[in-house]
Design a protein. Sequence first.
Length: 559
Amino acid sequence: MPAGPQDSFQERKRRLRASFIEQLPDRLRQARELLAALTTSERQDEPLSQLHLIFHTLKGSGASFGFDAINASAKEAEQTLREVLDGDRRLSPHLLADLRRHVQTLEELKLSVDSAMAADSQPRFTLPAQRADEAGSNQRLIYLCDDDPILARDLSDQLGCFGYEVEPYASLEALRLAALKRLPAAIIMDIMFPEGRDAGPAAVAELNARLDTHVPCLFISMRDDFQARLRAVKAGGYAYCRKPVKAVELAELLDQLTSRGTPDPYHILIVDDDPDVGQFYAMVLDAAGMVTRVANEPERVPAILEEFDADLVLMDLYMPHCSGPELARVLRQIPGYLGLPIIYVSSETDARRQFKALEVGADGFLTKPIEPERLVTEVHLRAERMRTLRSLMIRDSLTGLFNHNTILQLLKVAMASCQRSGRLLCLAMIDVDHFKAVNDTHGHPTGDQVLMALGRTLRLRLRESDIVGRYGGEEFAVIMTGLDADQAKTIMDSLRESFAAVTFIADGTEFHCTFSGGLAAFPEYSDPSALIEAADAALYRAKRAGRNRILIAHSNSRQ
């Protein structure tokens, strides 16, 4: 029978512990040689530092791998050497004899992998949940229940323009039967029904009590009293929207509740001169769904970071030739790595030395031994923060799409890739029609709602591989690879028709918006500037031709 994920984890940990035991005699031989050098050499700083590093490594590794006896003996020796290096103690014959005793104690230990494994037969962290694309086909399925069938149908059609599959129900019983047969990603529920003023929340609470899983719910109602909102909260309501409901706002809430796909796993670079310890941390983080790379030589880190897009660096504090703080200083002097999170992992417990190490710009300090659960949690929180900050730098704050500079950089990268692979590429430049009139008539907040709606339409209805950005103002850019101009036009025309069907509401007034677009294809236009210029020219031809249309640029025709 094949080993499961937990069995695999334990077997890998067993191998790492066995490797540590195998290397221990050689490390202790080095320690004896350094002790001998201390009695014969006039220069003692170098052998003292090397000896301190050996005992420091043994202390941390022993603790990480569950060898308490190694940790205890190495800890005493390391502390003694630290006091000598700091000038607090003199290297006397008695002290040297004491260090030799520690080496001998370590040499005489009877180490067993099995005994060290007994205390932690299972890892203490939760493995990653099932991927969204494996969880079923209801990721965009929404049930909407309102006893006004006309409102339910209209709102369902509106949300369908944002890429949701919405099934409307006019009665609570019909919704209950549908949910028991097939779970939706979310439920949109009215508060008041013929069964009672709070029948909607009561029905949701009863349904969730019968199900094995909680179905998130958004409540909608004409009521805005505290009692209605409290009932919704007690029923587990995620949000509460007053009627008339704006489809744009409702789609925003549904976006937060449902996910189009699984986020990219966090990329973690681990720097440790002890290969076994580095592999142990990698094993723990890999099991938690992260992608890791291990570097045992600090000088290789800048080169690795160039091709490994790390969200965080996990590094040892004490390493030969280049310490953790020294490596952190190097990275902080390289453009692009100023904000890269750095966490030290070390058996150093002296608070003064920890703070000094953090002064160079590191973000945290974890003391060995560290439980796998805490390691995963600490790394996850800091990597998530890095993702958030990076997103703020490259994305438009209103729509969440890539900003102007980022979309230009991504276009250059995409065109270079297509040049190498021979793939097709199309650039669409689109612009909201009569957008100034929307702002002048309904106000800028309503104009922002229109831009958000268009951005969401593009993001949800296009392929995962397509790149969408806000080029500026009411103009958007879409990069589509693997399509010719006619194929891209078919897609953009479908989006244009969907967007035109969205109803916007401002001060009780309903209105609709459209957009025009221009398409230019690679390799007909061979560089980014020419491609953008051609797509823009086609866009303005579409505007002059009456708007609400998509036109294709051709290099052999006059724009």
